[in-house]
Write a protein that binds this ligand. Structure first.
Ligand SMILES: [Fe+2]
Ligand SMILES: [Fe+2]
Length: 232
């Protein structure tokens, strides 16, 4: 396909269900080991993946007027395709549990980062892959290990699959962030700090998964100066 020009809508279309609620109105997470707790977890992750599909395509469409090589668009189409696989895997797991995506409410805050960075591709790449997806690398192994401990090997296997793919998404985010910094003659670390401070509310939360972040090529110099005190 040729890369055309497009103006994506400010918000992607959404199915009638789930009902979207402000984060503070979300029901409290149920006990992790219970069936209801696992359904709530998988549902929340499916909701994140649905937003991730849209974020991939939004990046392709919104910044199509930038002077970017073909490989940029191919990379993000590939990411969006993997996000769709993640959604399908989680939706399939909800079906195993006799439920479906949309049966529980979901929080409506996930598109905020997209809206806050819609004016600048450097900000979008800094916040979405390099802060939010990198954060996924920090929390996913513990979630998968807890699922294994309670014997839910299938859900854990889906999380490990997602984890491996997301290392690739962070790597792709970093590759294009640094490409744009070179083109604009910006120092990449300084530009990253500036964009995150400008567009991301709050500090980054340690502990960081240094190993997975390094596997994605993301050095501690990027994220450690932005870290808060943790556990907050
Ligand atoms: Fe994903
Ligand atoms: Fe991703």
């Amino acid at each position: 396909m040729a890369v055309g020009r497009a103006a994506p809508p400010p918000h992607p279309a959404r199915p009638q269900h789930p009902l979207l609620r402000p984060p503070r109105e979300m029901p409290k997470r149920r006990a992790f080991g219970s069936r209801a707790g696992r359904i709530a977890l998988v549902h929340a992750l499916a909701h994140i993946e649905l937003n991730a599909i849209d974020l991939g395509w939004d990046l392709v469409a919104r910044f199509s007027a930038e002077d970017l090589p073909r490989a940029f668009f191919d990379d993000w189409v590939g990411v969006a395709a993997e996000e769709a696989q993640h959604f399908e895997l989680l939706a399939g797991r909800l079906a195993d549990f006799g439920t479906a995506y949309g049966d529980l409410p979901a929080h409506d805050g996930l598109w905020e980062a997209a809206a806050a960075t819609a004016d600048d591709i450097l900000a979008r790449l800094a916040v979405v892959p390099l802060v939010l997806e990198a954060r996924g690398l920090d929390v996913t192994p513990e979630m998968a290990a807890r699922l294994e401990r309670i014997g839910d090997i299938q859900t854990a296997a889906i999380l490990w699959r997602i984890y491996r793919d997301e290392i690739g998404h962070v790597a792709i985010g970093l590759r294009w962030f640094e490409h744009l910094c070179r083109a604009r003659r910006f120092d990449p670390e300084a530009a990253f700090h500036e964009q995150v401070r400008r567009c991301f509310k709050g500090q980054l939360k340690p502990p960081f998964n240094q190993e997975a972040r390094a596997a994605a090529g993301l050095p501690a110099r990027y994220y450690e100066p932005l870290a808060g005190s943790g556990q907050g």
